[in-house]
Design a binder for this molecule. Structure first.
Ligand code: ATP
Ligand code: MG
Length: 557
């Protein structure tokens, strides 16, 4: 059997073993997001794990919306989650909603009451917390714990009919208030919330809690391996208790793995939502966000995200992954795929004084040296071009090989030019460079005369296409956050104020008709994506996906 995950992991080993030993016939997994925000790269790890396990072993994966908290959920989020899972390259067998099972869950709750395994409790949420005890002290039993079955049935039915206010009563499991596992100390199963639900509208005013709903959802769908993140490890005894006591026919098992954390960002929908709501970013799909929608808009590819998730693997131990590792996979994926063209982000005009006025010459440029099939294109050249002001210095340091007065450089795909004169405005700003070119030095002509050490990119002025370049830096200043000892500060105090730089320059005419989400390598600068939000008919906006190089190396074991 092909292992599409590249390497094995403990969950895959369990699945393989269960199939081999006949403990399950077909593996069924699910990806169960709560539709209370957009998916992030951490979710991608879970999506890839669940879908690829099923793919590899001819199983099935459901996309299930865990929509049990109507206060925070919406159809906007349902829509974006579907789009993101598809974009990552996965297709679910069934699309399910926890809310589709509310009737079934209600019945199972009644079964628990009838078995004296659940009771209606009138304690307030503060009291419930107090009675719960601590890690070192046992809890105290609720005075409502020994209500009769009939009283519980009647009260639960009245809860469901809407006779009580939010928070007035809850349904609790009757397990063990002195259990060393706090999750087993009579956890809440149902709460009252007079809130309209995105699916069931006003049908219900009681909603099941995650710990009650989740195992039932899994069992109803016939999930065999219910994979979740480590923080649910202590909930597993409760998961098993619910499956048992609710007498579910299918008996799914829960397995936990470490969630993905990345440097220089935050990875929780709640925190991401506060960045959106606080206008720190321009929406869930801001390219600085670690959301799937943000990464897509920035220009990341599904292949890169998948390769990254496969490489980090699935383990039991928590860790923080360097975001540069994700960038490494983006670079690796884009390098052979996208055309190489020229752009100047901070233009400065160059006049080639010995080049005939009015003449436009077409030069040939390779589209991508890493892709033999990418072919060549024609680029115009004339007496007036733009170069990037970053490639010129008035007072260069030693070993500066780009342009300065008296120095000669190669214009990529074109000629050698030498700078003779620097033109300034009244304020002393450099506005124009006067250069001469050497016709003998045309690229591809085999010129062997002298050598120059610097090669710079350029764009012919009369055909240059104006463009906006949006350059992104990490959103959260990790080091400062780590070092801060001020407990009153939140991650919002460490949002990088310089996470976006906007520049206006030019791209070569080849790029003129680019469509949103088209990707380019701008030579010597980086990989760029046509921004789908700000690009208009006559306005090209590029997001920098990633720079060309990084000092970061990944271990190839
Ligand atoms: P968040 O705190 O971001 O809201 P969550 O766990 O509450 O995360 P869910 O919508 O419940 O979000 O998550 C759906 C699935 O994705 C769950 O199985 C969850 O364990 C998994 N998941 C969430 N975050 C990560 C992460 N950082 N790494 C791996 N898996 C994750
Ligand atoms: Mg959550």
């Amino acid at each position: 059997m092909e292992n599409t995950q590249g390497k094995t992991n403990f969950i895959r080993n369990i699945v393989a073993e269960d199939l081999k030993e006949g403990r399950c016939k077909q593996v069924i997994t699910r990806f169960p997001p709560e539709p209370n925000g957009y998916l992030h790269i951490g979710h991608a790890k879970s999506i890839i794990l669940n879908f690829e396990l099923a793919d590899e072993f001819d199983g099935k994966t459901n996309l299930r919306f865990d929509d049990t908290n109507p206060l925070k959920e919406s159809t906007e989020y349902v829509k974006s989650i579907k789009e993101d899972v598809k974009w990552l390259g996965y297709d679910w067998d069934n699309m399910c909603f926890a809310s589709d099972y509310f009737d079934e869950m209600y019945k199972r709750a009644i079964l628990l009451i009838k078995k004296e395994k659940a009771y209606v409790c009138d304690l307030t949420s503060d009291q419930i917390r107090e009675y719960r005890g601590t890690l070192t002290e046992p809890g105290t039993e609720s005075p409502y714990r020994n209500r009769s079955i009939d009283e519980n049935l009647s009260l639960f039915s009245r809860m469901q009919k809407g006779e009580f206010k939010d928070g007035e009563k809850v349904l609790r499991a009757k397990i063990d208030m002195s259990s060393p596992n706090i999750n087993m100390r009579d956890p809440i199963l149902y709460r009252i919330s007079h809130t309209e639900h995105h699916n069931t509208r006003d049908k219900w005013c009681i909603y099941p809690m995650y710990d009650f709903a989740h195992p039932l959802e899994d069992a109803i769908e016939g999930v065999t391996h219910s994979i979740c993140t480590l923080e649910f490890e202590d909930h597993r005894p409760l998961y098993d208790w619910i499956i048992n006591e609710c007498e579910m026919e299918n008996r799914p098992h829960q397995y936990e793995f470490a969630r993905l954390n990345l440097t220089n960002t935050v990875m929780s929908k709640r925190k991401l939502k506060s960045l959106v709501d606080g206008n720190y970013v321009d929406g869930w799909d801001d390219p600085r966000m670690p959301t799937i929608a943000g990464l897509r808009r920035k220009g990341y590819t599904p292949e890169a995200v998948r390769n990254f998730c496969r490489e980090i693997g699935v383990a039991k131990a928590s860790s923080i992954v360097d975001e540069r590792m994700l960038e490494h996979f983006v670079r690796e994926d884009l390098l052979p795929k996208v055309p190489r063209t020229m752009a100047v982000m901070k233009p400065i005009k160059v006049i080639i004084t010995n080049y005939p006025e009015g003449k436009i010459e077409m030069l040939t440029a390779e589209n991508n040296l890493d892709d033999p099939n990418a072919g060549v294109r024609e680029i115009p050249f004339s007496r007036e071009i733009y170069i990037d002001s970053a490639d010129f210095m008035e007072n260069p340091p030693k070993k500066y090989y780009r342009l300065y007065k008296g120095n000669e450089v190669r214009l990529k795909n074109a000629y050698f030019v030498k700078c003779n004169e620097v033109i300034k405005d009244d304020d002393g700003n450099v506005v124009e460079l006067h250069c001469t070119y050497d016709p003998e030095t045309k690229s591809g002509s085999g010129f062997k005369g002298r050598k120059v050490k610097g090669t710079i990119q350029w764009v012919e002025a009369s055909n240059a296409v104006p463009a906006e370049f949006r350059l992104y830096e990490p959103l959260i200043l990790d080091e400062a956050l780590k070092e801060s000892e001020d407990e009153n500060k939140s991650f919002l105090d460490f949002v990088n104020p310089n996470s976006l730089e906007v520049l206006h320059g030019f791209v070569e005419p080849y790029v003129k008709n680019a469509k949103p989400q088209d990707k380019f390598q701008f030579v010597r600068i980086g990989f760029f994506n046509v921004d789908p939000k700000y690009t208009e008919n006559n306005k090209l906006v590029f997001n920098r996906i990633v720079s060309l190089k990084s000092s970061f190396k990944i271990d190839k074991k």
